[in-house]
Ligand binder design. Structure first.
Ligand code: ZN
Ligand code: ZN
Length: 163
């Protein structure tokens, strides 16, 4: 089921690239695939770590540039409403994000408004709107089951492993 969906998304991606006049390169495909398959909205560094396993010669700089290109062509977007570090999303259907203030996870929330035109009407005098975001912050179900003290320890541990 999941595989089918991923395959479908990749095919759509290639179609869309052609229609928008963007050349489909292996690098772009691999970067996109990583974002489309990772439901956690990966950051550029996370994409880099994963893509490097398949394309060992790729640099972080290339990842940044590829992400910029994909964003420019409207194939992915940056989720940066709350997080200081940008996360990337290949789900272009209207939806919102739930940011967990404890673990930093970014979860997809279904769209709550059918029609955002009334919002656009109200803000049209300020400039051209590119996107409208609902900011949802909270503690995810997973973190709610973990006492705060344990959480802190895990966070520090994870940080040490990364350094
Ligand atoms: Zn959490
Ligand atoms: Zn999302």
């Amino acid at each position: 089921m999941l595989r089918d969906r991923q395959e479908k998304r990749l095919k759509e991606f290639i179609d869309l690239c052609r229609r928008r006049g963007m050349r489909v390169t292996n690098q772009r495909l691999e970067v996109y695939r990583e974002i489309a398959e990772d439901l956690d909205h990966p950051s550029a560094e996370m994409v880099y770590e994963a893509v490097r396993k398949r394309l060992p010669a790729i640099s972080l700089d290339t990842i940044y540039r590829t992400l910029d290109t994909l964003e420019e062509f409207g194939l992915i977007f940056r989720v940066d409403e709350v997080c200081p570090r940008a996360h990337f999303d290949a789900n272009m259907a209207p939806h919102h994000h739930f940011f967990c203030i404890r673990c930093g996870k970014v979860l997809d929330v279904p769209n709550v408004w059918e029609d955002s035109s009334h919002i656009l009407d109200k803000v049209s005098g300020y400039g051209r709107v590119k996107s409208v975001n609902l900011q949802i912050r909270g503690v995810c179900n997973n973190c709610q089951n973990i006492p705060e003290k344990t959480m802190e320890k895990e966070k520090n541990h994870a940080k040490h492993q990364r350094d």
